[in-house]
Design a protein around this ligand. Structure first.
Ligand code: NM2
Ligand code: OGA
Ligand code: ZN
Length: 392
């Protein structure tokens, strides 16, 4: 109990000792009440924080891997400042480096192997209709004036891959103003922003009044746009209702119910394509469920309208691949998976387009419906969250 209380009350550990191990090829840092941590000599040398290794102004690394001798080893290591600092002496290239113990701890890699084969970033929260209790929502004015609420909302957008904004202006181009609150617009062949309206001779089915099955945008693009904003200017038609579905949640459900199907959709590349007469011809070859090399679900690509003939699944697996595709679609279309709403003028919603799918029902010819959309890069969103948080 004493140990538990200690661990709960102290974010930082007490560092007990540091030992050179493995003939100088590594150190072992012992901590009170916690497992020890090991670090290799080359790793330590590469990550030194002194001004000859890292530029004082911008923090960028000044040395390259070839500047570090292959035979780099640790001659000695000791704790300093009551365990708060570690001093390391390297050879054969003589060099002394100091690390703060807490820095080493927060950059530890000597962890228990993650035995989960498939996993999702623990900083994200997957959801379904019933588990997403409250849609992250903010009004435009608050987003501009209240840092604390704005950061919370941005974090939720990343956490759930979905958020709404209300009381935006009902003026053309507002979607860009919204984008610029946190990031940079990604211009594409559709423009910096685009009108989603029913048109004759539409270059894209999004520009008709047809319903659109839940999809991620632009899977034919490489890289895909990562955040999408859709802002409503007019909505007096019947229909045109919106839906969003967490694709990561759908992928996990598929894996639980049909692990073989999950494997097929993540192992084989699908193909996506989009062609327009104005000189646009986009093609990509990527799986519908993309995993990182160590099994993290990193992206969903799902778009019936733009899936090209799939030619990278061998004959023996194609039948099952289509069964898997159908099953994934069934899961995505389930009522229990989606949040349904109608977007009103002045409102917009944002999705992480690498993860959350969106859809609309078909709508009537009477009345008018006008949305404007744009794409924003997610790295900028994450960067904004990170810098706003560290400023606070
Ligand atoms: N628009 C709205 O990915 C898609 O083709 C969906 C995208 C045309 C930019 C529609
Ligand atoms: C789109 C889209 C949804 C809508 O333009 O990509 O999915 O509600 N539109 O019109
Ligand atoms: Zn779309």
């Amino acid at each position: 109990k004493k140990i538990r209380n200690y661990l709960l009350s102290n974010k930082m550990s007490l560092f007990k000792s540091v030992k050179v191990i493995n003939s100088g090829k590594a150190i072992l840092l012992s901590r009170k009440y916690k497992t020890p941590l090991r670090y290799h000599s080359t790793w330590l040398r590469d990550n030194a924080l002194d001004s000859k290794t890292r530029d004082k102004k911008n923090g960028q690394r000044l040395i390259s891997i070839s500047d570090i001798p292959v035979k780099t080893y640790i001659k000695s290591a000791s704790l300093n400042k009551k365990g708060k600092e570690i001093i390391i002496n390297f050879l054969p290239k003589k060099k002394q480096v100091k690390f703060s113990s807490s820095w080493l701890e927060s950059h530890a890699y000597d962890k228990k192997q993650n035995n989960l084969k498939v996993w999702i970033d623990p900083d994200l929260k997957t959801w379904t209709k019933t588990s997403l209790k409250r849609v992250p929502i903010i009004n435009y004015k608050t987003a501009k004036s209240n840092k604390k609420l704005f950061i919370r909302w941005l974090k939720s957008l990343n956490y759930y891959g979905f958020a709404k904004m209300t009381r935006c202006e009902k003026k053309s181009g507002t979607v860009i103003k919204i984008a610029k609150l946190f990031g940079y617009v990604r211009e594409t062949n559709y423009g910096k922003w685009f009108d989603v309206k029913s048109k004759t001779n539409a270059v894209n089915l999004a520009y008709t009044n047809l319903g659109l099955q839940a999809h991620t945008d632009n899977p034919y693009r490489d890289p895909v746009p990562t955040i999408q904003i859709l802002h409503c200017l007019k909505s007096s038609t019947k229909g045109g209702d919106s839906k969003v579905v967490d694709g990561f949640s759908a992928a996990i459900k598929l894996k639980n119910e049909k692990p073989k199907f999950f494997e097929l959709l993540s192992k084989y590349c699908a193909r996506f394509e989009f062609k327009e007469d104005n000189g646009t011809h986009l093609k990509s070859r990527r799986p519908m469920i993309e995993l990182s090399p160590d099994g993290e679900i990193i992206a969903i690509r799902f778009n019936n309208r733009s899936t090209a003939p799939i030619t990278d699944v061998p004959y023996k697996d194609m039948n099952n691949y289509y069964r898997a595709y159908r099953k994934f679609s069934d899961i995505i279309n389930k009522d229990s998976m989606s949040i349904n709403f109608k977007l009103n003028p002045g409102e917009c919603f944002l999705v992480d387009n690498t993860r959350v799918l969106h859809s609309r029902t078909s709508y009537s010819g009477t009345g008018s419906r006008w949305l404007q959309g744009c794409y924003v890069d997610k790295d900028g969103l994450l960067s904004t969250i990170s810098t706003l948080e560290s400023k606070r």
